[in-house]
Design a protein around this ligand. Structure first.
Ligand code: GTP
Ligand code: MG
Length: 596
């Protein structure tokens, strides 16, 4: 292998606008075809009395490749004096789009072909959107088939104006537009007499290979936490793949959305000696100077760099790929960075019209292949970037029924003034039909107020033990107390069901709704669930409204990071814990204080 520079170019555009012809021409005119190939294809055409097309060259190459071991029909190779190019033909089909979105294929630049005679069409727009999705900053638009419009530069200028305006909100600014006639090879490798600007090849050789992502701001989505359990080793390894930037031992880092901070103690690579720093593109783990409790899905960033956005609401551009439409009032799963979180469509702002008719009306849903600017809301705060500032953490996928249903880019983080959940709670309180028995009636009957007691912290067993003891104790004192463990919510009503792709958010929502029912009926409802974070608790608090929640934290380091009403020591005895909770219940007049 030579060590010549290599550049990946994706070629996109509407059906029949001339993508394959452009590729055929690039191959032929740079002398990159196998010896005799051009003559062979021309001869075959003549034999079959078919006019020769440059696009046929690709088919001929495909046939050849498919007889070999590796079949890679989407790629072609050509070279200039400057470097080697890999051309990726972008057919419009969904599998290809998914590959692009999930990062399976990376390109350094794009050529977008538009037929001068037909003008901007559906895929010209869709592919334009995808280029923005991919964070491709280097785009050259080729206005092809200039012969069909009599080389009329007014037509070229019109297309240039229209398409530039279309790309602007997508944050794609083409390097330039080139009028070409691919069939005749005009302005591809050689300049036509009617053209004064650069040729396609001249432009390609001027493109730069984007600087390595290791120079950007550190973004390290946490995929997993590994814990050493041997010999009292409390070390946790925070593992994932760096999306961008560099991290070194000693760096002060902050996790988002939790905003917990620590310094990097060590960088552990699998089966290799420890590193002093690690760069984008690599999977590895870090240990921290503080034993923080971090959840998978958080975003590790450097304290000395621009922080990500943390919000529950954002404006994004989404491309919907599923047959079933994207609708409001339905929860989907959003994957952004390493986070998976429940999300709802709040509003469709603007349809990016792929069909060219200006009448998109006020659409209430996104159908297959629709592209639109929308507002989304997640059930809990999420850390992300805008696509413009960091494509890898500003890009998202929407999952429905376990498949990738849509993909998009984040345009803006929004404030969450009135959340979908608040709306839900408000509506719920109207729709759920209560009886005539009021809070005061229940108080008189039961002799105590209702409360939702949530036990959380780093020690699941301790939380559970306290929960059981608290229920037994309150019950013995004739209070209406009820304990239900969290595993109920994980497993659902059918005990054996395996809800492994676990919809943790959905479980929390069920818990919140159930708490609202039980507190409504006057119960002191107790549950235990280790490792809840601030976002989880805020969610439960909202769902339990208008009733209140009492948060009891038990355990070590992570408990300290939560706002809790009762903070119990890590080595508290169960009896002592129950007593402390009792004191707070009395103090808050949940249960009467007979000692007064
Ligand atoms: P799909 O792969 O089917 O999406 O099409 P494509 O974009 O690859 O288009 P292709 O290169 O196959 O060209 C489509 C038709 O347009 C062919 O018949 C080409 O000969 C014709 N064509 C391509 N470039 C030109 C051109 O500059 N002028 C004229 N008149 N026809 C052209
Ligand atoms: Mg083609």
């Amino acid at each position: 292998m030579s060590n010549r520079e290599q550049m990946n170019i994706v070629i996109a555009g509407h059906v029949d606008h001339g993508k394959s012809t452009v590729i055929g021409r690039l191959l032929a005119d740079t002398g990159s075809l196998p010896e005799g190939k051009l003559e062979q294809v021309k001869a075959t055409c003549a034999r079959n009395a078919r006019p020769f097309e440059y696009a046929f060259l690709l088919d001929a190459l495909k046939d050849e490749q498919s007889q070999g071991i590796t079949i890679d029909i989407a790629r072609c190779f050509f070279k200039t004096a400057k470097r080697d190019y890999i051309l990726i033909d972008a057919p419009g089909h969904i599998e290809f789009l998914k590959n692009m979105v999930t990062g399976a294929s990376r390109s350094d630049a794009a050529l977008l072909v538009i037929d001068a005679h037909e003008g901007v069409r559906e895929n010209s727009r869709r592919h334009g959107f995808l280029l923005s999705m991919l964070g491709l900053k280097q785009v050259i638009v080729l206005v092809n088939k200039m012969d069909l419009v009599g080389y009329d530069m007014a037509v070229f200028e019109r297309i240039k104006k229209e398409y530039t305006a279309f790309l602007a909100p997508l944050q794609v600014k083409p390097i330039d537009f080139i009028p070409i006639c691919a069939r005749d090879g005009e302005n591809i490798a050689e300049r036509a007499s009617w053209h004064t600007g650069k040729t396609v090849l001249e432009y390609l050789d001027e493109l730069v290979i984007p600087p390595s992502r290791s120079k950007e701001t550190l973004r390290f989505p946490v995929q997993d936490i590994y814990k050493f359990t041997e010999m009292d080793d409390e070390r946790r390894i925070v593992a994932g793949t760096i999306e961008s930037g560099t991290v070194s031992v000693g760096d002060k880092v902050v996790f988002y959305p939790s905003r917990k901070s620590a310094s990097i103690k060590s960088i552990e690579a699998f089966n290799r000696p420890c590193l002093t720093s690690a760069v984008a593109g690599n999977a590895f783990g870090v240990t921290l100077t503080e034993e923080l409790y971090i959840k998978p899905g958080e975003l590790l960033c450097r304290a000395d760099q621009v922080p990500p956005m943390v919000s529950q609401r954002f404006r994004g551009m989404v491309f919907w790929m599923m047959h079933i439409p994207l609708v409001k009032d339905r929860r989907y799963k959003l994957k952004i960075g390493a986070t998976r979180v429940a999300v709802e469509l709040v509003e469709i702002r603007t349809m990016i019209d792929a069909t060219g008719t200006s009448d998109t009306g006020s659409k209430q849903q996104l159908d297959r292949h629709d592209v639109a600017e929308c507002i989304f809301e997640t059930i809990k705060p999420v850390a992300f970037d805008t696509a413009l500032s960091n494509p890898s953490t500003g890009r998202f996928v929407i999952v429905a029924n376990y498949e990738i249903a849509g993909c998009g880019i984040v345009l803006e983080s929004l404030k969450n003034d009135h959340s979908v959940l608040d709306e839900h709670v408000k509506r719920r309180e109207v729709v759920w039909e209560g009886g005539g028995v009021g809070v005061a009636d229940r108080y008189e009957r039961f002799g105590h107020q209702a409360k939702f007691i949530l036990l959380t912290g780093s020690n699941a067993q301790l939380c559970r033990n306290i929960g059981h003891a608290l229920e037994a104790n309150l019950f013995a004192n004739k209070y209406l107390a009820y304990y239900l463990g969290y595993s109920f919510f994980e497993k659902g009503l059918s005990a054996g069901s395996n809800n492994s792709e676990s919809n943790k958010d959905e479980d929390l929502i069920s818990l919140g709704e159930l708490a609202r029912v039980l507190t409504g009926s006057g119960h002191i409802f107790i549950t235990a669930r280790a490792h809840l974070d601030g976002g989880d608790i805020a969610l439960l608090e909202r769902l339990n409204q208008p009733h209140e929640i009492l948060v009891v934290t038990a355990g070590d380091f992570d408990a300290a990071s939560l706002v809790s009403h009762v903070a119990l020591n890590a080595n508290v005895s169960v009896l002592d814990a129950v007593n402390q909770i009792y004191e707070v219940l009395k103090h808050k007049e949940i249960i009467p204080d007979f000692s007064i």
